[in-house]
Write a protein that binds this ligand. Sequence first.
Ligand SMILES: Cc1cc2nc3c(=O)[nH]c(=O)nc-3n(C[C@H](O)[C@H](O)[C@H](O)COP(=O)(O)O)c2cc1C
Length: 99
Amino acid sequence: MRAVVVVESMFGNTRQVAEAIADGLRPTVEAEVVDVGVAPETIDPEVGLLVVGGPTHAFGMSRPASRTQALQEAGTPGGSPDVGMREWLEHLAPSRRAS
Ligand SMILES: Cc1cc2nc3c(=O)[nH]c(=O)nc-3n(C[C@H](O)[C@H](O)[C@H](O)COP(=O)(O)O)c2cc1C
C-alpha cells in the first residue's frame, strides 16, 4: 500500500504538518507529500490512503483571492493562486479501487 499526502501551503505551516504525517506513516507504508498544484487529478489505484490538508482562509478553504493575498504576504516566488485544495478536490476523479 502507498500513502499520498496532498498539501496546499503558502507560508509552510501546513507543509510541516504534511511532512510530519508522512514521516509518521513511513515506518509502515511508502508515503509521499505532493503539492496540490502538481497533484494528479486521478489517484493511482495502489494508493490506499489519501491525506489532504490546506490552510484556513476566511473561516474556510482558500480561494484564488485569498491565495493571492497569502502569496503576496509570504513573498513566495513563482507561486500560483490558480489551484488550491478546493479546486483540486472539485476535479478529483472518483476512485476506481476495488474494496
Ligand atoms: C487570506 C488569509 C485568510 C486567513 N483566514 C484565516 C481564518 O479565517 N482563520 C484562521 O484561523 N486563520 C486564518 N488565516 C491564517 C492561516 O490559516 C495560517 O497562517 C496558516 O498557518 C497558513 O498556512 P500555510 O503556512 O500552510 O500557508 C488566514 C491567512 C490568510 C493569508
